[in-house]
Design a protein around this ligand. Sequence first.
Ligand SMILES: Cc1ncc(COP(=O)(O)O)c(C=O)c1O
Length: 398
Amino acid sequence: MRKVYMDYAATTPVDDRVLEAMKPFFSKKYGNASSMHSYGQDAKNALDNSRHILADSINAKNNEIVFTGSGSEADNLAIKGVAFANRFKGKHIITSSIEHHAVLEPCEWLEKQGFDLTILPVDKSGLVDPSAVETAIRKDTILVSIMHANNEIGTIEPIDEIGRICKENDVYFHTDAVQTFGKISIDIEKMNVDLLSTSAHKLYGPKGVGCLYVRDDVKIEPLIHGGKHEFGLRSSTENIAGIVGFGKAVELRKGEMPTEMRNLTKLRTILIKEVIKIEDAHLNGHSELRLPNNANFWFKFIEGESLMMDLSLNGVSASTGSACSSKSLKASHVLLAIGLKPEEAHGSLRLSLGKYNTAEDVEYVLNVLPKSVEKLRKISPFKRDWNSENNFEKNIRT
Ligand SMILES: Cc1ncc(COP(=O)(O)O)c(C=O)c1O
């Protein structure tokens, strides 16, 4: 049976070249970057090199790159770090209803600690309205956090515009770019961002390494105190192998991203065009302002978990909702926020493509998916209920 991985938004395989770059730092080059001897200096040089690659890739300075243990940690550092450092200036934070849990949960936790939180709604395609951000800003607003693109539905937010509004109002602006880094170009100056989170495992790098860009004039407190690593913002001996892998992955993206994204957009467009031909299949998210590799649908009368499992039995790995919440039976907060009813949100499927997908993979999915949908609808209790409700109504009317 053919195996097709279409869950690249959850994670990506480590590129062989990234793995090769990392290997020496597990064995021969095991130094601690804080040590003064040659082993330490080798590690320090590797750390500086990755820091430079990341800075260069987003038009930042080297001292504005803070390596973390994940994208989630970068989000937590940005939000809690800015909130605590600026709590005497104000206590109001603005975010959106479709943020990743790594943003929403720290915001909600801060609310319990006495901060004020405004959660902005989005429209049907998942877009945040920049004028709503402007209206929500108060005298005591210290931070706005709006994601660059959504991990479930792929909608790309008007970040430049929101950034401009925050700058004019002297409010820090954080964006979670975990899903966009390595897929669409990022320039922190053009985007007017003060803080930006990324994660290596979404771009063919290793798991367990993230990065927070922190503009050098941002007032921020660390979450982890200790030996003052990472400019005092993240104490702990650096994960040099992981950071080297992150640097290599970013370096490779620079050359490969444009062609790859063109290819993925083509494949993704075919996928969307064909899948929405299935009866009662609908696209979630914006039709144009979306990540090149994202396709997300909801199918009437279908339960997303069953569809995902049936596809998996046929060799296709996809997801329903986001990987982080797919163990939960709650409907996705993102799909509810764009106006889907809980039963519609439960019928969702995300297909996210990556560089190893081919036209044959898409063809295979387009062959398997309609059959799975048809099979599941035949045994769907939702469909039975719906039919009997309709018959019921018809019987009453006649
Ligand atoms: C938008 C977004 N933010 C944050 C994260 C968390 O990143 P990590 O898995 O590195 O903790 C993810 C992961 O799925 C994500 O998609």
